[in-house]
Every structure is written in C-alpha cells, then in structure tokens.
Unconditional design. Structure first.
Length: 319
C-alpha cells in the first residue's frame, strides 16, 4: 500500500500526460479518483492497522451530503434529467471519504516520513522544471496534442499547469523542508523563493498566495522563536511594500473575485440553510454571462456554504 500512496501523490503532477486530451485540473482529479479506487480495491487483500478512530463530524457530513444529493438526483430523475455535473462532485466526495479511511487504516508515522522524502524530491524536481521553463527550454506542455489551457502568459507553471496554483503548491511544500531542517533543505528554500518570484497568472506579476502560505508554515515551525518570527514579519512587510512600489495595485488584484461573489450572492440567499447541492456552482455559472467560466468561487467557505448550506459549513467547522 505504501507504493500506491507514493504513485498517487507523486503522479498528481504528471497526470496530464496519461490524460492529455482533457483539462489539466480534470486530469489531476481523474488521476486521484482512479488511484483511490485502485487503493480501495487493494485494501480488500491487504490487512491494515487495527486502529479505530471516531470521526463524528465526517460521519455527519457524509450522511448530509449523501442524503441531500440523493434528493436532488431524485427530483431530476422525476423530470427525466440526470445531471452529471451534480453526480461527479459527489463521486469526488466519496473518493475523499474512501481515501480518509484508507489513510487511517494503513498510514503509520514511519510511512508518513518516507512519503515526505518522496514529496520533497518531487517538489525539488518541479523547481528545476521551473528554471528550464524560465530559460525557454522546458515548456513541455507544448508537446501535448491538446495544448493545456491556462498556460497562456504564465512565466513558469512547473508540473502544475498554472502559475498561481503552482505558487500555492510551493508555499505549502515549505513544511516538507522545515520538518527536518537540514542545511540542504534551507538551500532548497532559497531556491524555492527565487522561483516563487516567477509564478503567477501574468508575466511580472507574482502571486502572493505562495508567500502567504509559506509564511504560515514558518510561523508554525518557529512559533516559539520570537527572534525568527520578528525577522520573518519584517521581511514579509518590506516585501509587500516593495511589491507595491514595483508592481502597484496589480499585485493585490482579486482578478474579478469580488464580481463573482456578488453575482453568486443573490442565488445563495435563496437556499442559505441547505445550499443548492454539489456541482451547483458549475451548473449556475453557465447562465451568468461573462462569468460562465467561473466554475469555482475562489473562496472555499463560500463554495461550501453555497453548495451544502450552513448545515454543511457548520459540520466542516466542527472537524
């Protein structure tokens, strides 16, 4: 099972190659779903840890989402309609639920630390791919028959396909290097921050997401060292001021997010308690003019409360 975990996690970045005919984010989701189902099948023949972990909020969330989705599908079938855009997100939820159970059943501390090593190698390789892309000799997405949408004017995308998402991915990966905190790990972090200056949605406009997430990781690991925290705070503050003078308001742009939230607020008020159901954001966005491509609200809490209501949001907060 350990090697299946490795293939799943490392393979996410490479999933565009086996599924090259679809959007890169759909490819990553399909890769996760395929691997998790395979791991579940393999769990039938391999015994795991006899550990029982009670998770009441996740139990309630699964019951709420399953019951509400069943009602929505039932009303659709009454009208002779089977909406795949509602069923597919539910399958994604089931995938998450299965992965949680597999992780609890098989994962050990030793296995987690070994996985960290593989993930750290994956991130390091991603950083080198970014350097090749910056030099103009590694834009491997162009070799795909279906050129990946979203690359357009990004400087570097690594193995992710989008500069802004890459920024968040690298920021969250800082924890992998701080966990052991060896000298080569800190050198890799210097390398990473140089790459973060090249990631973003537009050229010469690095995303702030990676820096914020990285700062949170540093704060957690050095939470008892006020000297380091003070230095980090000063560096981050001067960095923001420098970005303001060099780039201007564009660095702090929300890229239309306020308009998206405004357009979805009125439909949200119609069903605030239960929400509109999984996949409703994608379904409703198709009738919203220029925002029909906004298949995600770019704010997880609003996405949750819009689709599964305050009931679902309260359960999520209880986790």
């Amino acid at each position: 099972m350990f090697y299946l975990f490795i293939i799943l996690l490392v393979g996410i970045s490479l999933s565009i190659f086996p599924f090259w005919k679809i959007n890169i984010w759909l490819a990553q989701g399909l890769w996760i779903q395929t691997m998790v189902v395979g791991m579940y099948a393999f769990s039938m023949i391999e015994s795991g840890n006899q550990i029982k972990i009670k998770n009441i909020p996740l139990c309630l969330l699964s019951l709420w989402i399953t019951g509400y989705t069943s009602i929505i599908i039932y009303h659709g079938l009454e009208k002779g309609v089977l909406n795949l855009k509602q069923i597919w997100p539910y399958f994604s939820f089931l995938t998450m639920f299965i992965f949680y159970n597999i992780t609890v059943k098989y994962m050990t501390r030793e296995m987690i630390e070994r996985i960290f090593v593989f993930l750290k190698y994956t991130v390091t390789i991603t950083l080198f791919v970014c350097v090749l892309q910056f030099l103009g000799v590694g834009q491997f997405f162009y070799i795909l028959p279906n050129n990946t949408p979203g690359f357009n004017n990004n400087i570097v995308t690594g193995l992710i396909g989008n500069g802004t998402i890459l920024s968040g991915f690298l920021g969250s990966s800082v924890a992998l290097y701080l966990y052991k905190g060896k000298r080569e790990d800190y050198l890799s972090l210097v390398f990473m921050f140089a790459v973060l200056m090249l990631t973003g949605t537009t050229i010469n406009d690095p995303s702030i997401a990676g820096f914020v997430v990285a700062l949170m990781c540093f704060i957690y690991f050095f939470r008892n060292n006020w000297v380091v925290l003070t230095i980090l705070g000063c560096i981050f503050a001067f960095g923001l001021m420098g970005a303001w003078f060099l780039v201007g308001q564009q660095f702090f742009s929300f890229n239309g997010r306020f308009q998206i939230w405004e357009n979805f607020y009125l439909p949200f008020t119609k069903l605030p308690v239960t929400g509109h159901g999984l996949g409703s954001v994608m379904t409703l966005s198709e009738s919203m003019g220029r925002w029909k491509s906004a298949k995600h609200l770019h704010m997880e809490y609003f996405q949750i409360v819009f689709e599964i209501g305050f009931i679902g949001l309260i359960i999520v907060f209880a986790m």
